[in-house]
Design a protein around this ligand. Sequence first.
Ligand code: TRP
Length: 369
Amino acid sequence: MNFKVTPWEVKGKIDYDKLMNEFGIKPLPKLPKQFEENHLFRRNIIFGQRDFSRIIDAINNKQKFVMMTGLMPSGKFHLGHKIVADQIILYQSLGAKIYLAVADIEAYNSRHPNMKELQETAIKEYLTNYIALGLKPKNCDFYFQSKRSKDAKKANAYYKLAGLFARHATFNEFRAIYGELSPGKIMASLYQASDMFHPQLEEFEGQTPTAVPVGADQDPHLRIARDLGTRMKLYNFIQLSSTYNKFIQGLRNDKMSSSDPTSYIALTDSIEEATKKVKKYAFSGGQPTIDEHRKKGGNPNIDVSYQLLKVFFEPDDKKLKKIHDDYKSGKLLTSELKSILIEKLTNFLKKHHENRRKAEKEVDKFLQN
Ligand code: TRP
């Protein structure tokens, strides 16, 4: 296989069908209209699931459910992170109780050994952008792995669960799922399992269906957690429901990565910076000369500007199709396609920066637990 997807490394051109086969991820079933109305689901950017029918049933039967996910606060919050953020906000609007973990222990143990900086980044970059994108404090439990709760009963229950989970996996299972191991990786996996199951403890919501939206690289964590949850007879957990989103292309057609500013557009980039990045770096699926482009047409499937319109900025399917067809036929030039993106991106950033200023004042409301 010429691609690699693990929680610690994503590289190569990912064949999502192969990945589904290898991991055992299922395609999405027919979804209720609340999901179909969202272009991330409709366009298969969220491409797979495990046990998601439980969440669909909960929504259809108006039953309580939880949405739980987590983030490693490494560097700038960029468009790649917005895919999960948009889902969190969708679930909150559908009535889910939101659990959001800042994986500061995981980040500390992997590659960011400055706890203070991690916690600041989590608030300035992640939380502030979530709020600016629409996250509300009501029904939202935002916490750090390193400080679960001021309420000792809750905190004890969370750390106890992580500790007890250790009994229910073997070293060989960890190795088979994660490859090379370190104590830090094993701990990260146990904490993540506790992140995903602890909402179901009696100190929190009690037994509740739990949706876990993640990037495809997180599935190894889910596979271990699912096994741990089943084997742990002390509690009667409902199995996790997860969905998987595709990775967004980096500007220069590699991975969008916090460690390389020319690969991403951050939500705090100024309009000038963002415009410059699109003009200068956004990989083009067009032909080298205008003549050739008019004759042969461009390839929207590899064009980064088109992909950004598809994933974020053109939710209208008809308009997107016209852009797609015009680019493919050669009627639309790369420079024109980029102008369409830049206009939409500018409108988004302008509004988002305003929202961020308001969000900064809301942050404390999320840090009460
Ligand atoms: N491992 C995740 C990452 O690398 C972060 C994470 C921690 C997480 N706990 C979680 C994701 C629980 C989903 C659910 O980004």
